[in-house]
Design a protein around this ligand. Structure first.
Ligand SMILES: C[S@@+](CC[C@H](N)C(=O)[O-])C[C@H]1O[C@@H](n2cnc3c(N)ncnc32)[C@H](O)[C@@H]1O
Length: 441
């Protein structure tokens, strides 16, 4: 039986814990708050949609989908319903892809002794129609995760719950659970419907596996799942399926879905023109997906487990691969503020900035931009830290190493390094600040 360790984070959204990785999937502070503050707000989508009405997002480490869900929620609540966007006069009516720019970008880049090629063909995600109204917005999201069960479960989790009783014991989580967090962000109910519909489109009847059912209807998890979506799921169970080919299954399931959702939801979904949303799910190692992917993106959400536990998604080589998969001005958003992650992003060719939270008075992430300026550049202190041992980068030249292999090679490099340690760097910087303060007295 699949192990699930859910609990309610401090903003009422469901968070998960992984005993295998001994890591949390989401901040105890608030899973939804984290998605908004680290991925959605710093992306400045309002600015993006002043000049564009189509967007391509790559959600790496989708898990149960908070980042994609928060994006969709933000899009509908703040952009789609706001008249200042999709205004014909302001709209750029140029297409992203036309026959004229059907280039076959081929790029080679080398990292020390190894060279690898990524050839990006023009994608046909959006076709080449001129588009200039909200009716015709286009959203394409590619999500990647190795854990099929989590992806399948993603539309079933409740958006909000109060029960702080834990199903398992974990000191760190329980300690942080006492912090009170204001519930600033709310996911609309229709978001889970959009996710569910897109999962049906991607996976057809495979979605209705015995394994998923065992989790969904296990009594100990009842308080974490949305009864409405669970009821919808059950309605499929009582349907007799004709022997349809795999290709026809999604359409068939879609019809059942529309038969069972409430009139209110049907109306809401039709009003949002959700056919303009295309979510593609990839269940695989993100490295393999990207090596085969021919698309380019405007935004990447990178939400892997911490670099010290899952370094394969934080290597210089992986960032170079991401660089090749971004359009000009494209952006990677991540929660990591590690000096070695920033250093690797910089080596991969990005301009690096920070995501600073005034509320928490600290950096809560990093923003890497391709061939464009960052809003909040790194400080001199941050740049200095990248030159210490803390800035030593993870490597995975052929995209074949395990996390353990990457960590072992990195440990060796740190041990043999002649660079200043981050502790000495901090001491020097503290001393400098003290001297400056003294001189200014
Ligand atoms: C911190 S959690 C992400 C949480 C997620 N963004 C959410 O909203 O629920 C990390 C995720 O990375 C996935 N993962 C780990 N290694 C991976 C890899 N090499 N490629 C793709 N996904 C991976 C795990 O299955 C897990 O769901």
């Amino acid at each position: 039986m699949y192990d699930l360790y859910p609990y309610f984070t401090n903003d009422g959204s469901v968070g998960l814990y992984s005993p295998q990785a001994d890591d949390i999937y989401h901040s105890v502070y608030g899973a939804l708050t984290e998605a908004y503050q680290k991925f959605i707000l710093p992306a400045d989508f309002e600015n993006y949609f002043l000049n564009n009405n189509q967007i391509k997002i790559l959600d790496i480490c989708y898990g149960i989908g908070y980042n994609s869900k928060s994006f969709l929620n933000y899009f509908f609540e703040n952009i789609f319903k706001n008249k200042k966007f999709f205004n014909d006069k302001k709209m750029c009516t140029e297409t992203i892809y036309t026959d004229n720019n059907l280039t076959n970008k081929k790029s080679c880049f080398s990292s020390n002794s190894t060279t690898y090629n990524v050839s990006l063909h023009t994608d046909k995600i959006f076709g080449n129609k001129n588009i200039n109204s909200s009716e015709n917005y286009k959203i394409y999201i590619k999500t990647i995760d190795t854990d099929k069960n989590l992806v399948y479960l993603s539309p079933f989790f409740k958006n909000f719950g109060k029960n702080k009783k834990m199903l398992f014991s974990n000191e760190k989580i329980e300690k942080f659970q006492k912090v009170k967090v204001e519930r600033k962000y709310k996911l609309k109910k229709y978001i889970n419907h959009i996710i569910f519909e897109n999962l049906i489109k991607n996976f057809g009847l495979d979605l209705f596996s015995k394994e998923l059912e065992d989790i969904l209807f296990d009594k100990k998890y009842t308080s974490f799942f949305d009864p409405n979506i669970c009821r919808l799921y059950k309605s499929y169970k009582f349907t007799r399926y004709p022997k349809t080919s795999k290709g026809l299954q999604p359409a068939f399931l879609h019809n059942i879905y529309y038969r069972y959702i409430t009139k209110r939801h049907k109306k809401a979904l039709n009003g949002l023109k959700i056919d303009n949303i295309n979510i593609e799910y990839k269940i695989n190692d993100a490295r393999n997906v990207l090596l085969e992917d021919k698309n380019t993106y405007n935004f990447v959400f990178l939400d892997g487990f911490t670099p010290a536990k899952c370094p394969m998604l934080w290597t210089e080589e992986f960032f170079k691969l991401l660089y090749e998969h971004l359009d000009e001005g494209g952006m990677i958003l991540t929660y990591s503020c590690s000096a070695n992650v920033r250093n690797a992003l910089s080596k991969a060719g990005f301009n690096i900035g920070k995501n600073y939270s005034a509320e928490l008075n600290k950096d809560i992430g990093t923003i890497a931009v391709k061939n464009s300026d960052v809003k909040y550049p790194l400080s001199e202190f941050d740049l200095g830290l990248m030159k210490t041992r803390a800035g030593i980068i993870y490597h995975d030249k052929n995209f074949t190493l395990t996390n353990e292999q990457i960590l072992a090679a990195h440990k060796k490099e740190v041990e043999n390094s002649t660079l200043m340690s981050s502790t000495s760097y901090l001491k020097t910087k503290n001393r400098e600040t003290l001297c400056k303060n003294h001189e200014n007295k």
